[in-house]
Ligand binder design. Structure first.
Ligand SMILES: Cc1cc2nc3c(=O)[nH]c(=O)nc-3n(C[C@H](O)[C@H](O)[C@H](O)COP(=O)(O)OP(=O)(O)OC[C@H]3O[C@@H](n4cnc5c(N)ncnc54)[C@H](O)[C@@H]3O)c2cc1C
Length: 277
């Protein structure tokens, strides 16, 4: 699986979509027993994390957060054709996909502004490097959590082949959806049968660690146009949730990533007629 091993993690290699979940999703998570996840409660945090270059400060957006967000103008011929076709087929226009309006077609909000990606390392950590209570250790790989008398007291780090324990009053594991449960299991926290099969100590039999993982696989058909105007590689993407998009990719240099220059996207729930697009 592709993952970003870098300051900023997978936001260094991801698609640069800066798309909020739908209100119904947040409210569903709240109703499932997590009241703090209700949309109205989360909205101030969503606003605080962004500087929305298109819509600015308002009820829905923020204008002084660390993540810069912008949308393309669907100028590229392929994106413009996609938008025109969507319009012709009667899909509603959705100029701001983070505004919780009626799902439709429109540009995708992106944290790659002018083709340059702003990952969370740049947006959050570089800005805080001067803080006396922050030390960033590069090229250090955590091997496991150190647990003493049932309490996490630090981590064991491999630094250039040297295994060094780092003590901590509090340990927050945020190594991504694959490595976080893996580290817990290496530390003796996970399903007993799995740990015993691998010869790992069982400090806590926790069946949920590493379980029920899901991702969103995509089918991608890459097409090239023979016309002079659309020689840039373009792709038509259909995701398993039924949304569909056309994307135009710039060159794939670091910080000029696969993030789209311009992207038109139709949200799920309005997929009728998609085949004709
Ligand atoms: C190809 C791809 C495309 C994506 N596209 C989008 C998108 O367009 N929009 C979107 O919103 N999301 C997208 N995502 C998802 C998004 O990037 C992730 O949800 C997000 O980065 C997860 O953040 P995280 O902090 O949980 O983990 P990560 O970003 O994976 O960060 C984990 C960090 O832990 C570090 N680490 C791992 N193991 C160790 C270890 N043993 N010791 C020390 N450090 C370790 C890694 O180096 C990394 O810095 C995409 C993901 C991928 C992989």
């Amino acid at each position: 699986m592709v993952r970003g091993r870098y300051l900023g993690g997978s936001t260094t290699v991801n698609g640069g979509y800066f798309v909020r979940a739908r209100r119904e999703d947040f409210d569903r998570w709240a109703a499932a027993g997590n009241p703090a996840w209700a949309y109205e409660g989360i909205l101030p945090f969503l606003r605080a994390m962004e500087t929305d270059l298109d819509f600015g400060a308002g009820d829905v957006h923020g204008a002084d957060g660390p993540m810069f967000v912008g949308r393309g103008e669907l100028k590229h011929p392929a994106a413009a054709a996609f938008a025109a076709a969507a319009q012709e087929l009667g899909f509603p226009h959705e100029p701001d996909k983070n505004a919780q309006s009626r799902p439709g077609f429109g540009p995708v909000p992106s944290n790659a502004v002018d083709g340059v990606r702003l990952n969370t390392g740049v947006s959050y950590l570089w800005a805080a490097l001067d803080r006396p209570n922050l030390t960033v250790v590069g090229n250090g790989r955590v091997l496991r959590v150190v647990i003493t008398s049932g309490r996490a007291t630090g981590v064991l780090v491999d630094h250039g082949g040297l295994h060094t324990p780092l003590e901590a009053g509090e340990v927050v594991l945020c190594a991504g959806s694959f490595v976080t449960p893996h580290l817990l299991q290496l530390s003796g926290i996970g399903p007993r049968a799995d740990l015993e099969r691998l010869g790992l100590p069982v400090l806590k039999d926790a069946s949920s660690v590493g379980a029920r993982f899901s991702d969103h696989p995509r089918n991608r058909a890459r097409v090239r146009s023979g016309s002079g105007e659309t020689k840039t590689p373009s792709a038509v993407t259909t995701t398993t949730d039924g949304s569909s998009s056309v994307l135009i990719e710039p060159s794939t240099k670091i910080l000029r990533p696969s993030a789209p220059v311009t992207r038109a996207w139709i949200r799920r729930g309005v997929s009728k007629g998609m085949g004709r697009l």
